[in-house]
Design a protein around this ligand. Structure first.
Ligand code: GTR
Length: 325
């Protein structure tokens, strides 16, 4: 039998390893609660195509849509542990875990879509992305999630009095619980996947979300009154597990970051189109949509700001967001 000297054998093994690492393909797993075709799902697929191009096919992305990997809160933990590589998630699902990001959950903090983009595309946006490092996530980019409004099975909401005692589902964040309380309703934090049956069985009267979610989750079938108070614009965020990120070379990290940023424009286009499609669809299906005078709603939110914006650093952040043109 042929024996290689020990040193040569070691060198050969090392060389083989290097070759196989260089040509290895890694399929990154990404989670999304939304169904296939939804703007966030499609944007992450596009991000994957860009990443594959930039890395000569070494990295691809597989999107597990429709909450296949679990409800948002659970997938956050799995991403922190590196079990899931990537996650497209609402900042609302983080609750108050990331203080700087919590300010984006404040009702009416963003005045318009343009204001939302101006803040998130600038230095404040970068500062909030960087704050996710502290919870073992590398936040890569924001996607649009539109304005969220209340919908329920009983009646249109025209004024604060209509919200009195109404049981409304919110995402699992104390900010949203206090927001509904400040408006006179009763908030029930609940996973997204339980909202449909919750409304159907009368456990809750309704929930709050944007047109595309109201449509694609079928909530319009069980809660036909959609009232445009537009109390929230919560950013969607694409995050990578810090464990996975730290394993990448500097060049691959740059490729991931660039691909994520480049996918934003595509998501925004898809978002605008989806909002129109979803609005038309729910209207055709009999949803009753009404405008709301927002002034009393905005005023009623003062206690929420008082409770969550006590830290001087957060006060400064809120002031800078409000001062952004
Ligand atoms: C949607 C958002 C989801 C999820 C959902 C919810 O607008 O895109 O990520 O957070 O709302 O209300 O749970």
């Amino acid at each position: 039998m042929f024996h290689l000297p020990k040193l040569a054998a070691t060198a050969l093994v090392a060389a083989t390893l290097m070759v196989s690492t260089a040509s290895a393909q890694t399929a990154l797993r990404s989670s999304d609660t939304h169904p296939d075709g939804y703007p966030t799902v499609e944007a992450v697929k596009y991000f994957g195509e860009l990443l594959s191009e930039k890395t000569g096919g070494r990295y691809t992305v597989e999107v597990f849509h429709s909450a296949q990997l679990g409800e948002e809160k659970d997938t956050i933990e799995q991403t922190q542990f590196g079990v899931i590589d990537l996650n497209r998630i609402s900042i609302g699902a983080f609750g108050t875990q990331v203080p700087a990001a919590t300010v984006t959950q404040l009702p009416y903090i963003f005045r318009s879509v343009d204001h939302f983009h101006a803040v998130l595309d600038g230095p404040i946006g970068d500062e909030i992305l960087a704050a996710f490092d502290a919870v073992d996530l590398k936040a890569l980019a924001y996607y649009d999630g539109g304005a969220r409004s209340f919908y329920n099975s009983g009646k249109p909401i025209n004024s604060l009095a209509d919200l009195d005692g109404m049981k409304l589902r919110v995402m699992g964040s104390d900010v949203f619980v206090d927001m509904v309380k400040a408006l006179g309703g009763n908030a029930t934090p609940m996973p997204y996947g339980e909202v449909y049956s919750g409304i159907q069985t009368g456990v809750i009267d309704g929930a709050e979300n944007n047109y595309p979610s109201y449509d694609t989750a079928g909530h319009f079938e069980v809660a036909k009154f959609y009232s445009l108070d537009e109390h929230l614009m919560v950013p969607e965020v694409l995050v990578m597990s810090k464990i996975v990120w730290d394993r990448l070379s500097a060049e691959d990290q740059a490729a991931v970051q660039a691909a994520a940023k480049e996918s934003v424009a595509r998501q925004r286009e898809l978002w605008v189109a989806q909002e129109l499609v979803s609005k038309a669809k729910v209207e055709a299906a009999g949803a009753v949509i009404n405008e709301v005078d927002k002034a009393p709603f905005i005023e009623a939110m003062a206690p929420v700001y008082e409770k969550y914006v006590t830290d001087p650093a957060l006060q400064d952040l809120v002031a800078r967001i409000q001062a952004t043109k």
